[in-house]
Design a protein around this ligand. Structure first.
Ligand SMILES: [Zn+2]
Length: 222
């Protein structure tokens, strides 16, 4: 099955496979504007799954979540944002697994090693199996030891911006540890996403796709 990956800027990705839409960390209109992405990029189709990594305002927005949600939408988030999003949210902690008809997920820890912004136990990354493929959305995190034992990963979505998360050099090392088929840089702040491609050039068979907001790429079988 072909997996469609759309980057809407920062850590917001929409994955579409087999008619199922999954949104990671949907942004507010304010952020979408700030990042220079047109509002027309907001998905018109409803989301089947919305996965929120942590409570910071650049990773979820109530208005956007409401606009993406229909009666069937499953929303998953750690405790703090879940409390603010509403009653129907599935609360998750690192180590928890959830299984649905079209998707299963495992929450992975996401935290800073020597910075104060993201403490261990608050936020998560997601290891999602959908359409026969495994996608890892790292959330806001440094290159943490847990990334060495994720198992098979097809697509890794990794922050590269530094300051609040790992920088592009650590992201390259994380990519080598995870060894996915495809890596897409996110949460880049002032860092050029192409820098990650440069650092990983020629390393095994890892494909790096530096995207621009609004771009869609496809991952076909093999
Ligand atoms: Zn962030």
């Amino acid at each position: 099955m072909t997996l469609e990956i759309k980057w809407l800027g920062h850590s917001w990705f929409r994955i579409t496979v087999d008619g199922v839409n999954l949104d990671f960390d949907p942004l507010s209109k304010k952020y979408v504007k700030k990042l220079g992405v047109g509002e027309e990029l907001g998905p018109s189709q409803k989301s089947d799954f919305i996965l929120v990594s942590h409570s910071h305002g650049d990773h979820w927005d109530l208005e956007t979540i409401r606009s993406l949600s229909g009666p069937q939408t499953v929303i998953v988030a750690p405790r703090k944002p879940a409390n603010r999003i509403g009653e129907d949210v599935r609360v998750i902690e690192a180590g928890h697994k959830l299984t649905f008809d079209k998707l299963s997920l495992l929450a992975i820890p996401a935290y800073n090693l020597r910075k104060i912004y993201h403490r261990r136990g608050k936020g998560v990354g997601y290891l999602v199996t959908i359409g026969g493929k495994v996608i890892y959305h790292a959330g806001d995190t440094d290159f943490i030891p847990e990334m060495n034992t994720l198992g098979k990963v097809d697509v890794a979505l990794l922050p590269i911006g530094g300051r609040f998360t790992m920088d592009v050099n650590d992201a390259a090392n994380a990519a080598k540890a995870i060894s996915p088929r495809l890596v897409i840089p996110m949460h880049n702040r002032d860092t050029d996403p192409k820098e990650l491609a440069r650092l990983l050039q020629g390393f095994q068979n890892i494909r790096v796709e530096p995207m621009v907001p609004g771009q869609v790429i496809e991952l076909k079988d093999n």
